[in-house]
Design a protein around this ligand. Structure first.
Ligand SMILES: Cc1ncc(COP(=O)(O)O)c(C=O)c1O
Length: 441
């Protein structure tokens, strides 16, 4: 453990973490000067390249002017300005509540849904139905409505069970359908679950619009979210989307759901909206979702750093940069290029079963047999081997494992900051190909 520090509780005790001392654009540099492409933007989190002077200036200027206020007593001008920018970027949403990360955002989103019904005089409507293989954060409630079997396992005894539905995983359909025979059984499962739980007990349904690490960029088919919206409306269930990873422009639109032509009631955002320069999260909702809570006197949820001035300044600047530098278009352009290069790898190699994703959030699923879609036994740790080989070759990617009902499956995910160039994507894919060939040879 050359770099590992004795006082840190590491994610993986046995892993020798490179010690990063500098970042520039999509590149990271360790203490020995080794250069890495950050091919997964941290954890599909940073939207602006590293080392930007304009972002550093915004941080330092705001810290000098006013670094902290508490929302119970005062408000700040910069928070108002950031919220105006949020409204411009997310025009279908009306009310915004800024927090410090993705888990806080999903927790606040589901609390907002529960409070909505509480103040409408229906306190029994407090269940949050989730979707298997969607991840919403690591707090107890987020793990409960979350559907990542691996992350829930150790805490299962303390997780509230409000029900989960099957995911829209077309590559290995849980309803045993093919695209030709599919009539959105996975979406209709929501109706069955609401009925079984009792519509009078269900406050909301939550899922990741495009699934992140739990499945490796699973992208539901067109029509899926229309069906989900219809079912939510039919039973007075609020539709809550987790766009912590896929939102804020990563898929080429400010919200990934825009590409499905559906407006949710509540959205949780984080990661990319802070550029990668400050911890940030945000709950956005329609005025109808917020109204009962506002009528009852306000949103009582705590969180000391909610609406923090520095976070607000960073969000405002990040969203401005995304607009000024036309980074949504670049996400689509470079995402298409990445996808094309990954599709070429799929045609060339027998171990790539599926390529999927939207914009700069793309994944490949690695299989033992392309024809039968058979996965490698998990004991072979294929995704981890690819990760380590890429790392040795100067590329950081993300692994996604056990997407096949929490039992098996290997995928790797890629997605850089939004200001990536075509040449940089080519460099990333070239290193990836070299690493894959080594692992599978
Ligand atoms: C979709 C999704 N929701 C929620 C979270 C939790 O966010 P955070 O780690 O910022 O608390 C994550 C984190 O990766 C995520 O990908």
């Amino acid at each position: 453990m050359a770099n590992n520090h004795e006082n840190i509780l590491y994610f993986e005790t046995e892993f020798d973490y490179p010690l990063i001392v500098k970042g520039k654009g999509i590149y990271l540099y360790d203490e020995d000067g080794k250069k890495y492409i950050d091919g997964c933007a941290g954890s599909i989190s940073t939207s602006l390249g590293y080392g930007r002077k304009d972002m550093a200036e915004v941080l330092s200027k705001q810290a000098e002017e006013i670094s902290f206020v508490h929302r119970h007593h005062v408000s700040s001008k910069i928070c108002n300005e950031a919220t105006d920018t949020l409204k411009e970027c997310f025009p279908t949403m009306d009310k915004f509540f800024m927090v410090s990360g993705g888990t806080e955002a999903t927790e606040c989103a589901t609390k907002l849904a529960r409070l909505h019904w509480y103040h409408k005089g229906k306190p029994s409507k407090n269940k949050v139905i989730g979707r298997w293989m969607s991840y919403h954060g690591y707090t107890t409630d987020a793990l409960a409505y979350g559907g990542n079997p691996g992350r829930r396992k150790e805490f299962s005894a303390i997780l509230r069970e409000d029900g989960h539905i099957i995911p829209p995983y077309c590559y290995r359909c849980w309803a045993s359908k093919e695209p030709e025979s599919c009539s959105f059984e996975c979406a209709k499962a929501l109706e069955d679950q609401i009925l079984a739980q009792g519509p009078d007990t269900v406050a909301a349904f939550i899922c990741e619009t495009v699934v992140g690490t739990t499945m490796g960029c699973v992208t539901p088919p067109d029509g899926y979210y229309q069906k989900i919206r219809e079912i939510c409306d039919k039973y007075d269930v609020l539709m809550v989307l987790d766009e912590v990873m896929c939102g804020s422009g990563r898929c080429g639109t400010m919200m990934a759901i825009e590409q499905y032509g559906v407006v949710p009631d509540i959205v949780a955002l984080a990661k990319s909206m802070g550029g990668g320069y400050f911890p940030i999260g945000c709950v956005a909702c329609t005025k109808e979702a917020a109204k009962p809570i506002e009528d009852a006197g306000g949103f009582p949820v705590g969180h000391t750093w909610a609406g923090n001035p520095i976070a607000s300044a960073v969000v405002k600047k990040t969203l401005e940069v995304i607009k000024e530098e036309q980074l949504l278009d670049n996400c689509t352009k470079q995402g298409d290029h990445l996808r094309k290069r990954l599709d070429e790898l799929k045609d060339k190699y027998p171990f790539i079963g599926d390529v999927r994703g939207k914009g700069l959030m793309q994944a490949i699923e690695l299989v033992k047999d392309k024809a039968t879609k058979e996965s490698y036994p998990r004991s072979e740790k294929i995704a981890e081997k690819v990760f380590k080989e890429c790392m040795a070759n100067g590329l950081i990617i993300m692994t996604s494992v056990n997407m096949d009902k929490g039992q098996k499956g290997d995928a790797i995910m890629m997605g850089t900051s939004f200001d990536v160039t075509t040449e940089e994507i080519d460099e990333l894919v070239d290193i990836l190909e070299k690493s894959l060939v080594k692992v599978f040879s």
